[in-house]
Design a protein around this ligand. Structure first.
Ligand code: AMP
Ligand code: GLY
Length: 423
């Protein structure tokens, strides 16, 4: 099978790492990829949102399958575009079309969807510049803190949580005035959910699904979950508090109703589903849907899949997921992200990276690039160091030991990944 993977982060290196283990793989291209993917696949300098060039490349190289990593091309309709190209009949695509990707592309759509299908989620009101007064009245019925969300994609930055009512009213006004550009033309005001966050991942062919496990990521830059939000500083899988009873609730109240909801709404969906949840006293509530894998969650979820991922993808594309082989490693997997100094604010790129001999962890590149024969930093999040362990502590110890063998100017990381889960 010839496969094209779209994206360039740690998520894509982890997906590529898993796909090249499949005997079905004949050739893997990654567009645009990073230094890590260039070592195990062929990087192609095409942007994941340049659909015309992607379609031409697929036709020219006779590619059998496209796997979409990030959300932007999905929300912009990469599946619909490729499906409408008559040169590409029979192409298998992992990732939903526009009609399904809107679960991530519009928070208002996602909230309506959940209410329509009785999926537990916080109370909300969607506000436009014309209904700001209603928004302010709604805010006044809520208890602090106040949650304001830009409706559209805002690169993970469109959520504000405010303790003060008058500040929330002002921020609502400024969001509707374009604080997050077009993404905040509409704002979702939400009731605050008190609890512990956890993410659960599934792969679905639109009828059946495989649950890929749970993960927790660490979004803040600083130890003890302090400071600015980042793309994610580390992750662990599975999450210890997600016991059998909790997982069953997630499946019965959230995963199955979501997939049935998509069917009832006539939305064909083939790809990953990422459930961002809050565990409130043992009950799962949905904070958000994403229509792709998480990053860095992929770097701990994908290594735990023991089955052939291309077999799973093929079954997904063909609607035969129910019969596909699926086993997961019982061990824990953890990852610690090495980031550039200054991230998530301004940081420098182009720092040379030295990687020593690492045997018992997996090194997933994120923001890296090959220039001549050097590997240099090319983003805020640079490298994720993933490890297995029979306990979470064992896995974390390996990640922390091995990240000492990687060096670049300004290397920064959190020392407390997983700590909160071990108390
Ligand atoms: P989102 O982009 O929807 O994932 O929101 C970003 C972060 O805001 C989440 O990871 C949560 O930590 C927090 N958050 C979002 N919605 C709520 C809510 N209703 N209650 C509490 N925290 C929330
Ligand atoms: N790590 C969170 C995300 O990928 O959205």
């Amino acid at each position: 099978m010839k496969v094209l993977l779209l994206g360039s982060g740690g998520r894509e290196h982890a997906l590529a790492w898993k796909m090249i283990q499949s005997p079905e793989l004949e050739k893997l291209y990654v567009a645009p990829g990073n230094a890590g993917t260039s070592e195990i696949a062929e990087n192609i300098a095409i942007k994941p949102t340049d659909f015309k060039t992607i379609a031409g490349f697929i036709a020219e190289k006779n590619i059998d399958m496209v796997v979409v990593g990030p959300e932007d091309p999905l929300v912009a309709g990469v599946r619909d575009y490729l499906e409408n190209d008559e040169r590409l009949t029979g192409l298998m695509i992992i990732g939903p079309g526009k009609a399904g990707a809107i679960l991530e592309g519009s928070k208002d759509f996602a909230k309506e969807f959940m209410f329509r299908h009785h999926i537990p989620t916080a109370a909300y009101l969607t506000v436009t510049p014309d209904s700001i007064e209603k928004g302010i009245s709604f805010l006044r019925t809520l208890r602090p803190p106040y949650v304001l969300k830009a409706d559209g994609l805002a690169a993970g930055k469109g959520v504000l949580i405010l303790n003060d009512l008058s500040e929330a009213e002002q921020e609502l006004q400024s969001m509707l005035n374009g604080k997050f550009g077009k993404a905040s033309n509409q704002v979702v005001i939400e009731e605050f959910l008190q609890g512990i966050e956890i993410s659960v991942f599934a792969l679905t062919d639109g009828q059946d699904y495989k649950i890929l496990g749970s993960a927790k990521d660490y979004k803040r830059i600083g130890e003890g979950d302090t400071g600015l939000n980042t793309g994610g500083m580390g992750a662990v899988s599975p999450v210890p508090f997600a016991d059998t009873a909790f997982n069953k609730k997630v499946e019965d109240k959230i995963i199955r109703p979501t997939i049935e909801g998509l069917q009832k709404d006539g939305i064909s969906y083939k790809g990953f589903l990422f459930f961002g949840l809050m565990n409130c006293n043992g009950e799962p509530w949905v904070i958000e849907y994403n229509v792709r894998m998480g990053d860095p969650e992929t770097e701990v979820v994908i290594p735990r899949i023991q089955s052939d991922i291309l077999e799973l993808f093929k079954a997904t594309a063909q609607g035969k997921l129910a019969k596909a082989d699926f086993t997961m490693d019982k061990r824990f997997c953890t990852t610690v992200m090495l980031v550039s100094k200054g991230y998530p604010e301004d940081y420098e790129k182009g720092k040379e990276i030295q990687i020593g001999n690492i045997q018992d962890s997996i090194v997933f590149h994120a923001g890296t690039q090959k220039t001549e024969n050097r590997v240099v930093t090319n983003g805020g999040r640079v490298i994720a160091v993933s490890s297995y362990g029979n306990t979470m502590q064992e896995a974390l110890t390996l990640s922390y030991e091995n990240l000492e063998k990687i060096d670049f100017n300004g290397k920064t990381f959190r020392k407390d990944i997983g700590k909160d889960l071990m108390q």
